[in-house]
Design a protein around this ligand. Structure first.
Ligand code: ADP
Ligand code: ZN
Length: 519
């Protein structure tokens, strides 16, 4: 059967081989398992269910949450000669009925439906008359309340499945790989957890860079000057920032569009199309932009603000280089952005435990900005794949600053935290080590500690940065919550006892980005 899958891949899609993850997923489906495939945007999810759909008898029903995405998929299938249709709210009742009738007669191998269809009793009973071999669920994280995109209609899927005369195969796909979401999906859809495949998170053509302390506007202008011919996306945190950046860039003559939830549908689709068809080269956008856009030649993605977690970051950054060509993802890190994200979590209406989980994810995002390890490996490990050799091209791998023994500074920090009874945040610890006469420092009597002013030759910010590096490297832990408290991890105790050294690449703050201009 797998041989046939390969032949179909060649025949319809023109590709010679499956990607590693696709092969594992398709093999499992074809041997009769329900599966959950977790792949990043651009990882090649669609082929994972489209090829089995061609090999199975009857029809595959694909549940997909976005009408625009459905349309793209159906158009793409039809253009390569595979019979497919979509049934969603853009059709009249009679058009929808017609398509269902045709489906009954075997007119389609794939039918795309919006999840809300499942809320209709009439539609559910129509489904029972179709020869369904497989149900494929796209954006399966929508079934989880932990996901960023909960759709109540997804919860109807198990009962729809039960009501069918014959239980079809069930395949689910998502780019969101967090533990909670994955567990929800396998639990709610009753997929055997051993049939979960996490794959494709290592994108070899992406070059990651994290830059700290850059002036946003200057950096962006300089970058765009240096990448004149290329298409790219600039993600900013708020509508206001998008508007401001868009205005600035337009005024300077760049062909630039914008996208955020505050624009009219017409504006949004105009800019989106112009970008897709290369009429404009640069898109400045909030995270509202991107779901379902498949522009293959995006050469760079710049983040001028910190995203709220690694999932969002990687989904956005991953829009670069979908054609497999070398592309660049640059994140400009500013500590204020962490405050903004915390504020957003605090303002949110999520339940307490949900907020705690959001804080934890934010911390892992911040750690990514402070780690000195290979950035691509950090990502791959975050998403549960086994680490590979360092990529050699990210800003950390390229950072040739010396490895220094910072044991003594680390000991000063650890001992200060210890003496402050592990009850305060990064800022206050840094202030005490700096020897600040700040009111809070004096109020708690921290000016009496032997560690007070122990690092006064440093800037307070440098001490704070160093503490963050030690958090990112697992010597310190931050508690969850809006005002996280920094505590010592086991590794720090060893350092305090003189049983281990702390080696660290010490970053030299460069004038300009360490990025090849000839990319
Ligand atoms: P996703 O749905 O995971 O975002 P897609 O299914 O749209 O990803 O695939 C992303 C891109 O990768 C598409 O351009 C697709 O044609 C390409 N692709 C998928 N599978 C293969 C393969 N086996 N070989 C080469 N290119 C592939
Ligand atoms: Zn690297």
């Amino acid at each position: 059967m797998f041989e046939q899958a390969l032949q179909l891949l060649k025949k319809y899609y023109g590709y010679d081989s499956f990607r590693e993850g696709q092969e594992r997923i398709i093999t499992s489906i074809l041997s009769g398992h329900d599966v959950l495939g977790i792949m990043p945007t651009g990882g090649g999810k669609s082929i994972c269910y489209q090829i089995p759909a061609l090999l199975l008898p009857g029809v595959t029903v694909v549940i997909s949450p976005l009408i625009s995405l459905m349309k793209d998929q159906v158009d793409a299938l039809q253009s390569i000669g595979i019979s497919a249709c979509a049934i969603n709210s853009s059709l009249t009742q009679s058009e929808a009925e017609e398509r269902m009738e045709a489906a009954k007669l075997g007119a389609y191998k794939l039918i795309y439906i919006a999840p809300e269809r499942l809320d209709s009793d009439r539609f559910r009973s129509q489904l029972q008359t179709l020869p369904i071999s497989m149900i494929a669920i796209d954006e399966a994280h929508c079934i989880s309340q932990w996901g960023h995109d909960f759709r109540p209609s997804y919860l109807a899927i198990p009962s729809v499945l039960k009501a069918l005369p014959e239980r079809p195969l069930l395949t689910a796909f998502t780019a969101t790989a967090t533990g909670e979401v994955t567990q929800d999906i396998v639990r709610l859809l009753q997929i055997d957890p051993t049939q979960t495949f996490v794959t494709g998170f290592d994108r070899e053509n992406l070059k990651f860079a994290i830059l700290r302390g850059e002036n946003k506007r200057d950096y962006v202008l300089h970058y765009l000057e240096q990448h004149r011919e290329q298409a790219g996306i600039i993600y900013a945190g708020t509508r206001k920032e998008v508007d401001a950046l868009h205005q600035e860039l337009s005024a300077r003559g760049f062909a630039v569009g914008k996208y955020h939830a505050g624009l009219s549908d017409e504006e949004k689709s105009t800019y989106q199309e112009q970008f897709l068809y290369d009429d404009i080269r640069i898109m400045v956008a909030t995270n509202a932009f991107g779901m379902g856009i498949d522009k293959s030649n995006v050469r760079f993605v710049l983040h001028v603000n910190l995203p709220k977690n690694m999932e969002s970051y990687y989904q956005e950054a991953g829009r670069a280089g979908r054609d497999g060509e070398q592309s660049e993802c640059v994140l400009l890190y500013h500590p204020q952005d962490v405050q903004l994200q915390k504020f957003l979590i605090e303002q949110g209406t999520a339940a307490v435990e949900r907020k705690a989980s959001e804080y934890k994810k934010l911390q892992l995002m911040v750690d990514f900005c402070h780690t000195t390890r290979c950035l691509r490996n950090y990502i791959v490990e975050y998403f549960d794949e086994s680490p590979k050799v360092p990529c050699g091209v990210c800003s950390n791998c390229q950072d040739d600053s010396e490895v220094k023994d910072i044991t003594v500074d680390a000991q000063k920090i650890f001992s200060c935290i210890y003496r402050m009874k592990e009850r305060f945040g990064v800022t206050l610890v840094a202030q005490v080590l700096k020897g600040s006469a700040n009111k809070k420092v004096l109020q708690f009597g921290f000016d009496q500690l032997p560690t007070y002013g122990l690092m006064k030759s440093y800037k307070e910010k440098e001490i704070g940065d160093l503490i963050h590096v030690l958090i990112a490297e697992g010597y310190l832990v931050l508690s969850d919550g809006q005002y996280p408290v920094v505590r010592l991890a086991g590794k720090a105790l060893q350092v305090l006892k003189g049983q281990a050294n702390v080696l660290q690449k010490v970053r030299v703050r460069s004038e300009r980005a360490p990025i090849d201009s000839d990319l």
